[in-house]
Ligand binder design. Structure first.
Ligand code: FE2
Ligand code: FE2
Length: 268
């Protein structure tokens, strides 16, 4: 039997925001494992450290908790101490279409049993600061993973819905899933595209729903209403884990289903 002849389940978790997001993720993971038995867990961690970026310590904490791969985004280089770690740790990704001279790498392969999952992190180019175009880099990343992975999950970290939908269609039939991050707001469009690729424009965030994209709402509103600089802190109010659960088809690089995950933090 080939490795890809049986279906596997992938839990993908959207942008973890601050300590409340980390606690929510770590608190809910055991329950989500019991409920859905994911073979792989992939987490976007770009806001894990106080809302901006991630540190090696926090990345190690997530990996130790059973997270298989951490993806990032526009806040990747916020913390200087992460730069070397990005080159050292295979399982933490920054967008593949950043400049080659920037630290880190944009794809990796992890295994569970006989199944190999390739993960690719991309950044959009519209309203985002990525040094190279994402569409040709997506093709190049897949070329790099040829014969290396039974399934491939792409985290498309982008602002514009058009670019994310476009990437879904561009990769349809070539990868198992294209899931979006960065806006922190989940979209209501999870579906398997005709070619067999699971797609969702944005899975949302893991953080305080009582804030504004995870930021304290009084501070966010003050900044928007006064047009003056405000020091942002992450909100602690009403934390939820948001993500998507992808069940693969019993054939390589195709999905059978994708459903959103929306879970309130476990009550103490
Ligand atoms: Fe984010
Ligand atoms: Fe982002």
């Amino acid at each position: 039997m080939e490795a890809h002849d049986h279906a596997v389940t992938i839990l993908f978790v959207g942008d973890v925001v601050g300590s409340i997001g980390r606690r929510t993720l770590l608190g809910l993971l055991p329950r989500l494992r019991d409920a859905h038995a994911p073979d792989f867990v992939v987490v976007n961690g770009e806001n894990a450290a106080g809302g901006l970026g991630i540190t090696p310590k926090l990345a190690r904490e997530m990996l130790a908790a059973g997270v298989d791969v951490i993806t990032l985004g526009n806040h990747t280089y916020r913390h200087r101490e992460l730069w070397d770690y990005l080159d050292e740790e295979e399982r933490i990704l920054r967008p593949a279409n950043f400049l080659r001279s920037q630290p880190g790498h944009g794809a990796c392969v992890v295994r569970r049993g006989a199944t190999r999952l390739g993960v690719v992190n991309l950044s959009g180019n519209l309203f985002m600061d990525a040094g190279r175009p994402c569409f040709p880099e997506a093709d190049a990343a897949l070329h790099g993973l040829r014969d290396q992975a039974d399934h491939v999950l792409v985290d498309m970290h982008a602002e514009a819905t058009s670019e994310k939908v476009g990437m879904g269609w561009h990769l349809d039939g070539r990868v198992t899933a294209v899931v979006g991050t960065h806006t922190h707001v989940p979209t209501n469009d999870a579906r398997v595209l005709p070619g067999g690729t699971a797609y969702m424009t944005d899975v949302g965030m893991t953080g305080a729903r009582g804030g504004v994209l995870g930021v304290d709402r009084e501070q966010a509103i003050r900044a928007m209403s006064t047009r003056m600089p405000v020091r942002f802190e992450t909100s602690d109010e009403d934390p939820w884990l948001m993500g998507a659960l992808i069940r693969t088809a019993p054939r390589p690089r195709r999905a059978a289903s994708i459903v959103p995950v929306l879970e309130p933090a476990a009550r103490p």
